[in-house]
Design a protein around this ligand. Sequence first.
Ligand SMILES: [Zn+2]
Ligand SMILES: [Zn+2]
Length: 451
Amino acid sequence: MIFQSLTRSCEIGANSYRLDVEGVTLVLDAGMHPGQDGEAALPDLSYLPPGEADAILLTHAHLDHLGSLPIIMRQQERAPVFMTETTGALADAMLHNSVNVMGHKVHQGSLKSAFFDHREIDAQRKRWDYRRTNEPFTVPGHGHVTLEFFDSGHVAGSAGVLIEAGGKRIFYTGDVHFEDQTVSRAADFPDDLGIDIMIVETTRGASPRAENYTRDREIQNLADAMCGAIERGGSVLMPVFALGKTQEMLIVLHELKSRGILSDADVHIGGLATKVTQIFDRHRLRTRRHYSDMKILGDTDVVVSSKKRSNHFSYEPGNIYALSSGMMTEKTVSNRFAHHFLDNPRNAILFVGYSSPDSPAARILSGERDDLITLDANLAPIELKCDVQRFDFSGHAPRDDIADFVERMAPPTVLLVHGDVEATAWFDTTLSARLPDSTIITPKPGERIEL
Ligand SMILES: [Zn+2]
Ligand SMILES: [Zn+2]
């Protein structure tokens, strides 16, 4: 058995892994790096020559797992793509949106040509093969390799995958959360998987959760920060991922409003977030989630404007703007909006999700008041005057929860993926101490690891 990471460096970027097991080549995820353009944004596909893959497995529809799927599918003509049905609906929306984003970039000259177009995605969907969680299936033509998805509690449709072949059981967690979020319920990974090799995400390895953390207290702190901005006569900008964090935060706001908190504030979402929220609503009975009886758009009075087409929001005081992207990547709605927002001391920008160290969001978070912040290299920097706060509503399990899970499963081999260098280093040290008989490996990009 051979495992090979197709990522270009040890980070959360274009997640994609090649696994050769019992003569069958599997591709785990097909991500695109959110902070890179052109070839650098893709996994290193030189390790995956055309036609070699027998199947592609997609754990969920975030772009760092999905964004290069059309390119990999184009090169791997035989390979079906397995995913849950909800991931399929979300992936369709995310990829079509990527085509639009690439179109803008080509127009502005930052990208030479788009990697794929709407028509190619529509044609490829015929090879998407939806599978339920907790129902084993085999790779077509290779009945000796069994696959099974398990709900990973990260975002709607997300799943870890168990691969069984040649008497070995390999488990890839994908992105995972072991606690309930406001909408998503905790991962549903069985305790008796008997895993030989675990491929585990390490997102939060370098950022321990605050002591005394409770989600309720975090929600209260968020509410206080929002009320403060609105009482000062300002507004709130919450940069959020369109998929997952937007819906979680909308239900948090719904709960706050039903308690009489923030009842006068209007909430605005737009663009991709609106489309994704509609899919959440349509799939609410097909996913394990809380509030499955409630449509976010329709049964709550949270959202006053959900602009589908327009991505331009005019600033008004007293509002909450939950805009994507969460890392405030250049040319996205939250990045553009911040140009007219950061320099107003009445406002508050409240971060509720992950931001990679090289993102505009990270530049704001590490900035001091009155600093000049470059949000977009092509535009003038903005003075940072508004309140900046960060809250922990991560869709990823805290590092101790993941370490506990790995220790409980005690697999003889652990592969650490989906984390920055410091994050994987913490897991390496921690798991080496807690599982002295196991081999803990941080795969280097492109390295062929024989297992
Ligand atoms: Zn994710
Ligand atoms: Zn991810």
